[in-house]
Write a protein that binds this ligand. Structure first.
Ligand code: AMP
Length: 422
C-alpha cells in the first residue's frame, strides 16, 4: 500500500516523503481513512507502531481543509501523559505540517509557562499538551478549548496509570460536546474500555497489536540470577555483546541512579532518566542516547514512556515491573519498524510472582538461561521484597491520587506518578 491511496493532500505527502517513509504502517493504513471521514476512532497501538503519524496526518488534513478562523483558536488538542511524549508528538506535528498553513504548540509542566503563553497568544491550531499545565492555563484564562473540534487522547492507558482520569474529565468539560475523538492505547483494561465508552461516539475500532500480547519480532529471554549479582551480569552482557544502544529498566528512581553510576564506573557510558531529573537533564540524556555518545539509558517506566527511539536493538529489564502491562510497554521499545530486537529480563527469586503474572499476560513461557558464576541463590525467598518507606514492591496500584495539576506548582523534580516507587 502507498500513502498516495489514503486521501492525504499533496502538501502532507511531501512532508511524509521528506521523512523517508515509503509506505504506511498497519496502524496508519487502518486509522487514517476513518479519521478523514470524521469518525471517532479507538486504536490499539503501542509506541513504535507509527501511531503518532496515524492520528497527526489526518488531523492536519482535516484542519487544513477547514476554514481558518481569524484568531486561530485551538482546533485540535492532543493530550499526552508525559512531557517527553508531548515534545515528541509536537516535533512530529511540526514536521508533518511543514508545508501547511497551520500553527502548532506544545505545553507541559516543569518549565516556565511564559514562553508557552506567548506562543498561545499568537494563535495555535494544534495544541499538544500534558493535562496539568493545560488545565492551569485554562484556569488562568490564558487558553480556551471552546473551539476544539478534534480531541486526541494518546496513550490513554498510561494516562489512567498516572492518575489523570479526573484531569481528562476536566479537559473534556472545557471542549464543545460536538467534536471528533481519537483514543490510542496500548492495552485495554476494563477502565480503558469504560473511559472509551464515555468519550467516544460510535467509534471505529482499529488494532495494530493484538490485545495485551507482545510483538512477534521480539526475542524474549531471561536470566535467573541472584539479586546481588544483577549489576555484574548486566555489565557482562553489555560488554561481551559489545551492545551500543541499550535501554535498561529499573523499578525505582533510586535504582536507576545507582545502576547508572555502576555502569559509568565500569567504563560504560550511561545516563539515567526518571521523574526526579530536570527536563533539561532528560532531554540531554535522550539526545546523547540517540546520537550514540551514551550507550546505556537507564529508565523508569514512566520516564521511558513514549520515548521516540527508533530501532532499538536491546531492552533489558534489570528488574521486572510489578505491573504486568508495563512489561509489554517496555519490550515494545525493541523490534520496532519491523526490525528484530531482543528483550532480556534479569529475574531474581523475589520477582517470581511478577514473572508469573507477566507470563500469564503475554501467554508465553519466557525462555530461561542461567550463566555460570551468576546462578540464582537456591535458598533465596520467592516473596516479593519489602523495602518499606514508599510502599515499594506492593502489588499493582492502578489509580493514583495525585496528578500533575493537583500540585499547583509543577516542580521539575515532581514525580507525577501516583506509584511512588518511580
Ligand atoms: P510512533 O509509534 O508514532 O512513536 O513512531 C515510531 C517511529 O516510526 C518514529 O520514529 C516514526 O518517525 C517512525 N514512523 C512512523 N511512520 C512510519 C512509516 N510509515 N514508515 C517508517 N517509519 C515510520
Amino acid at each position: 500500500m502507498s500513502f498516495n491511496t489514503l486521501g492525504l493532500s499533496e502538501d502532507i505527502l511531501k512532508a511524509i516523503n521528506k521523512k523517508g517513509y515509503t509506505e504506511p504502517s498497519p496502524i496508519q493504513s487502518k486509522a487514517i481513512p476513518p479519521i478523514l471521514e470524521g469518525r471517532d476512532v479507538l486504536a490499539s497501538a503501542q509506541t513504535g507502531t507509527g501511531k503518532t503519524a496515524g492520528f497527526t496526518l489526518p488531523v492536519l488534513q482535516i484542519l487544513s481543509q477547514k476554514q481558518q478562523l481569524r484568531q486561530r483558536p485551538v482546533r485540535a488538542l492532543v493530550l499526552t501523559p508525559t512531557r517527553e511524549l508531548a515534545a515528541q508528538v509536537y516535533a512530529n506535528v511540526k514536521e508533518y505540517s511543514e508545508f501547511l498553513d497551520l500553527r502548532s504548540a506544545v505545553i507541559f509542566g516543569g518549565v516556565n509557562q511564559k514562553p508557552q503563553v506567548a506562543t498561545l497568544r499568537q494563535g495555535v491550531d494544534i495544541l499538544v499538551a500534558t493535562p496539568g499545565r493545560l488545565i492551569d492555563l485554562c484556569n488562568q484564562n490564558i487558553l480556551s478549548l471552546s473551539k476544539v473540534s478534534i480531541f486526541v487522547l494518546d496513550e490513554a492507558d498510561r494516562m489512567l496509570d498516572m492518575g489523570f482520569l479526573r484531569d481528562i474529565e476536566r479537559v473534556i468539560k472545557m471542549m464543545p460536546a460536538k467534536r471528533q475523538n481519537l483514543m490510542f492505547s496500548a492495552t485495554f483494561s476494563q477502565d480503558i474500555k469504560k473511559l472509551a465508552h464515555g468519550i467516544l461516539n460510535k467509534p471505529v475500532q482499529v488494532d495494530a497489536t493484538p490485545e495485551n500480547s507482545t510483538v512477534d519480532a521480539i526475542n524474549q529471554k531471561m536470566y535467573r540470577v541472584a539479586n546481588g549479582k544483577k549489576t555484574d551480569l548486566i555489565i557482562k552482557l553489555i560488554s561481551d555483546g559489545n551492545w551500543k544502544q541499550v535501554l535498561v529498566f529499573t523499578r525505582t528512581k533510586h535504582g536507576a541512579n545507582k545502576l547508572c553510576k555502576k555502569m559509568v564506573s565500569a567504563g560504560i557510558s550511561a545516563a539515567a532518566i526518571h521523574g526526579n531529573k530536570s527536563q533539561g537533564a532528560r532531554t540531554k540524556a535522550l539526545a546523547g542516547f540517540k546520537n550514540g555518545s551514551i550507550r546505556i539509558l537507564v529508565a523508569t517506566d514512566i520516564a521511558a514512556r513514549g520515548l521516540d527511539i527508533p530501532l532499538l536493538p536491546h531492552v533489558i529489564n534489570f528488574e521486572l515491573p510489578n505491573i504486568s502491562e508495563d512489561y509489554v510497554h517496555r519490550i515494545g521499545r525493541t523490534g520496532r519498524a519491523g526490525a528484530s530486537g531482543e528483550a532480556i529480563s534479569l529475574v531474581s527469586a523475589d520477582e517470581t510472582t511478577y514473572l508469573r503474572d507477566i507470563e500469564k499476560l503475554v501467554g508465553l513461557k519466557i525462555p530461561q538461561e542461567i550463566l555460570e558464576g551468576f546462578e540464582p541463590d537456591p535458598n533465596a525467598s520467592t516473596e516479593p521484597k519489602k523495602q518499606g518507606g514508599g510502599g515499594r514492591n506492593q502489588r499493582p496500584q492502578r489509580t493514583a491520587p495525585k496528578s500533575e495539576s493537583s500540585s499547583k506548582k509543577t516542580k521539575p523534580s515532581s514525580d507525577r506518578s501516583g506509584r511512588n516507587r518511580r
